[in-house]
Ligand binder design. Structure first.
Ligand code: NAP
Length: 547
């Protein structure tokens, strides 16, 4: 297979190319540079920040605590940055990403607004060649895909969107300038984590907010708090211990974990526990019982508790009923944490449009048409989700050895070894990819783990005079089977969600996430390295021909 680029013009060569300037990509650039490699970072956005660069919608906030949602690799960064809230806003996280980029002088290695569209492996020269949408060409020995799990918005599947004469925004590509919603009639489509964050904020500003809900989500109160300077000082003094503790957990974060199955306690006791957790908010609830994702009956108890809470908060009984999720286990769709979401439906300017009963049929010039009525709108916000996990890599025409297309290799679901390497794609490292703990884990911890593993692997190759590495087909098959077997033991596989790919027509269904926990995954990756990379094959460096 020859080199992909079709455009004339100079080719910029580096030792390594990193695609993405989110937290995974930034760390990869930093580590590769530290190790003495020349590195080019390519990023479609105009600056660093990844998902936080794009997702500037009203109410954007991370539902992982800020202490956890930050780099752990540098004590200097940890001590120099101060979070102001338990759960940081999107803008604070973006400021943090910029702070890190400044501290480590990362931008000098990046080309921004560089949308990679084609990648091909050159078997003869053992290098990767890339081309961007603007026709810029790059080559490198090592290729790092840090494209993130949620960077490709789902295509708009409602007819008529281009006819709308008002303002239409996508949450995932929110404008960087001000958006004025005061006095306007706003329609919000989508009630996943994003729509649930947007609702109360827009409700407080807009003249009218119509929330178009298809599948209701379960959401728990976040009960966010400001962090006092004393508390922050204490945290900073104990960071090494907190980080070490986080690494031993399933999700890689400081959060309560329970070993108590739900039915091991009496009805009274578990109700009291749930009430207490609801009062405390978010993380407390997630750590209540150990068997919620493997025992349907236990799951039902908690789901019923949350459904009862909706009735206690939402005054209109019909609206409360429509908001209650049914038909899938709680926590098998991404659990949402909200601030006054259900309360927003008690406002006179907020209405719920139940799209299960009355589906959207089109966007018109003046609003949204459902089967039974038309709602006039000035603004439409689409918070309709992503082609997740595999989508961002498959959106690029990637071809490995002998022209093998990634889209063919992954036609029935993603295939990779430890989520990091693939047979037929030498020296291509995936950071935070499918078949890893990804969305069940703290993403920044996973990014650091994957990048550190990659750097150890490259150091091993250099020490041993090895030029390429890839997974063996047998190791890859074995890992994919492990991921599937673990998934089948959970309730995750039962729900129609972006987790299982069912939100994208034609996408193969599958929960392509390692469900054994970040802690266990880290052990397996370490064992692989200690074994001398037993599941991988190498090619030795070629001896230069004399003369
Ligand atoms: P999502 O969870 O996939 O939700 C998309 C919503 O849009 C769903 O309610 C979906 O309904 C609805 N929808 C899609 N197409 C529709 C259509 N044609 N008509 C009506 N409704 C439609 O997407 P998201 O809310 O953007 O969240 C994605 C993920 O991003 C989250 O799960 C989370 O991992 C991450 N996120 C994280 C945070 C955070 O705090 N850390 C915040 C926001 C997002 P159906 O379910 O019926 O398809």
């Amino acid at each position: 297979m020859s080199v992909v680029p079709r455009s004339p013009g100079p080719v910029q060569a580096s030792d390594a190319i990193v695609i993405g300037a989110g937290f995974g990509g930034m760390y990869a650039v930093h580590r590769l540079r530290q190790a003495g490699f020349s590195v080019t970072g390519l990023e479609a956005g105009g600056d660093v920040g990844g998902t936080w660069y794009w997702n500037r919608y009203p109410g954007a906030r991370c539902d992982v605590i800020s202490l956890d949602y930050s780099y752990a690799f540098s004590a200097d960064l940890e001590q120099a940055w101060t979070w102001t809230e338990t759960f940081a806003t999107g803008s604070e996280i973006l400021a943090y990403a910029n702070f890190v980029a400044d501290q480590l002088d990362l931008r000098r290695s990046y080309r921004f607004e560089a949308q990679v569209c084609a990648i091909a492996y050159d078997d003869a020269h053992r290098i990767w060649s890339l081309e961007t949408a603007c026709g810029q060409r790059y080559t490198a020995r090592y290729l790092v895909m840090a494209t993130g799990p949620l960077s490709l918005p789902k295509p708009v599947d409602i007819p008529g969107a281009s006819q709308f004469k008002g303002e239409l925004y996508r949450s995932s590509k929110w404008p960087h300038g001000p958006v004025v919603l005061a006095g306007k009639r706003v329609g919000l489509v989508g009630t996943g984590s994003t729509g649930i964050q947007i609702t109360p904020v827009v409700a407080a500003e807009a003249a009218e907010l119509h929330v178009f809900q298809r599948t209701p989500s379960f959401t728990l109160p976040m009960r966010n708090t400001a962090l006092s300077p004393d508390f922050v000082a204490q945290l900073k003094a104990h960071m090494p211990g907190l980080r070490a503790a986080a690494r031993t957990t399933f999700a890689g974060g400081v959060r309560p974990v329970s070993t108590r199955p739900l039915f091991s306690v009496s009805v009274e006791e578990r109700t009291a526990l749930m009430e207490d957790a609801w009062r405390h908010g978010a993380l407390a609830f997630l750590g209540l019982f150990s068997d919620l994702l493997v025992n349907q009956a236990a799951n039902d108890v908690v789901a019923d508790f949350v459904r009862d809470k909706i009735s206690q908060v939402v005054r209109d009984p019909a609206t409360a009923e429509a908001l209650k999720p049914r038909g899938y286990p709680i926590f098998t769709r991404r659990p949402c944490l909200d601030t006054q979401y259900y309360e927003a439906f008690n406002r006179p300017n907020v209405s719920l449009v139940d799209c299960l009963a009355d589906p959207i049929t089109a966007i018109t010039e003046t609003g949204i048409q459902t089967r039974e009525r038309h709602i006039d709108l000035d603004v439409i916000i689409l918070a309709t989700g992503y082609d997740a996990l595999t989508g961002p890599m498959l959106a690029i025409d990637i071809r490995g050895r002998e022209g093998l297309r990634l889209s063919d290799k992954w036609a029935e679901g993603p295939k990779s070894y430890l989520a990091l390497l693939m047979a037929g794609f030498p020296n291509l490292f995936v950071i935070g990819g499918p078949n890893g703990p990804s969305i069940l884990a703290n993403y920044i911890r996973l990014d650091e783990l994957n990048v550190d593993w990659m750097m150890d692997c490259i150091a091993h190759m250099q020490a041993q005079g090895l030029e390429t590495i890839e997974a063996t087909p047998a190791a890859e098959d074995g890992w994919v089977q492990t991921v599937r077997d673990l998934a089948e033991r959970t309730l995750y596989v039962q729900a129609d969600t972006w987790y299982t790919g069912t939100n994208i027509p034609g996408k193969p269904r599958g929960f392509n996430v390692y469900a054994g926990g970040l802690n266990r995954y880290a052990e397996i990756c370490a064992t692989e390295a200690a074994s001398g990379y037993a599941g991988c094959s190498f090619e030795p460096a070629r001896t230069p021909v004399a003369g």
